[in-house]
Design a protein around this ligand. Sequence first.
Ligand SMILES: Cc1cc2nc3c(=O)[nH]c(=O)nc-3n(C[C@H](O)[C@H](O)[C@H](O)COP(=O)(O)OP(=O)(O)OC[C@H]3O[C@@H](n4cnc5c(N)ncnc54)[C@H](O)[C@@H]3O)c2cc1C
Length: 365
Amino acid sequence: MRVIVLGAGILGASVAYHLARAGAEVEVIDAAHPGKATMAGAGIICPWASQVDTPAWYRLSAAGAKYYPDLAAALAEAGEAANGYRCVGALITSENPADLAAAERRLRARHNDAPEAGQISRLANAEARRLFPPFREDLDAVHVSGAARVEARAFSAAMLKVAVGHGAVHRNESVGLRRDGDRAICLGADGKAIGADMVIVAAGAWAPEILKPLGIDLPIAPQKGQILHFGLSGIDTINWPVLLPMNSYYMLAFDDSRVVAGATRETGSGFDYRVTAGGQKEVLDFALAFAPGLRHATLLETRVGFRPAGPSYLPMLGPAVGISNLLIGNGLGAGGLTMGPMAGRLLAEQALGQKTALDLADYAF
Ligand SMILES: Cc1cc2nc3c(=O)[nH]c(=O)nc-3n(C[C@H](O)[C@H](O)[C@H](O)COP(=O)(O)OP(=O)(O)OC[C@H]3O[C@@H](n4cnc5c(N)ncnc54)[C@H](O)[C@@H]3O)c2cc1C
């Protein structure tokens, strides 16, 4: 079977990886738009602390978190050990003690079905600061030892590299689609058809534009996120945990003496790929309020990404109605780095006619 995967973010890369490993002939084509969400994403993997209470969202997020260690190990076995995945734990904190207590109860309840969340323990401030030194001096935290972070650029590149090792073709081009009866035809930049038995569209926030000529009106819009990178020259940040203060913001470290704080959630932004004064201030205010120890850090860069956001938290995964050879994956929103590898596996299983690890009916659109 020959499959075209349109888009090589975390989702398309995972689809390509799973299909190629299963022996399918795969061509993954990516336009590499500025603002590709996977290139900007923070990479926090800790669904058990989430306050989102949509069961199907949680099922896929939790399955995604559980799948990561196995997938990272499989990539390492295939020669891609530097894939950016690391289990570092997370500190959940709050300015409101009642909210922190509720978070601890939620974590302990979810832990029953998700032992991979690891140890859940209450930490006094000094202990929390030992793990994350810039943290402010007046708050306690709940530690979740199984939480992880992933540098999504590296992880996607690793999946693509292994896919290519199994015969997949990966190239950069902006392609389109047209309809021929009940089939989707992929068109190269030169307007010529690229033959395939199946097309899988994993084109993130840009998908509605591509799908329009097929008569599909996908309710997805870009939600801009600005995320700040701080440099802490000479400081070993490799094992610092993720910091989650129970609002829409967060902080985490990367391996190279870097701390990342994010992010704005700019609904209605369109594809406005600019770092703005307001966005910068919003994230800086948060970062310095919760980690005043970053005051003297170097401000290295601000990345901008467009989350593919749907009308609800639920991702959209599965066959397009009325088109026999088209699968769509989209709507991963703010949790796509957690769900993406598992969601890609589900789409690959569906394309191969296999039983999917989770029921895709929950993500029909
Ligand atoms: C600031 C920020 C922080 C985030 N932090 C986290 C986090 O901590 N944890 C978490 O779980 N998630 C996080 N996310 C969410 C996550 O990054 C996204 O949900 C995820 O990356 C979406 O992946 P995707 O593959 O669907 O889309 P994308 O990564 O956007 O990839 C889509 C690809 O399709 C390509 N494409 C589009 N049109 C065409 C075309 N015509 N032809 C060929 N290719 C095309 C694009 O160029 C692009 O490369 C964050 C997002 C942002 C913006």
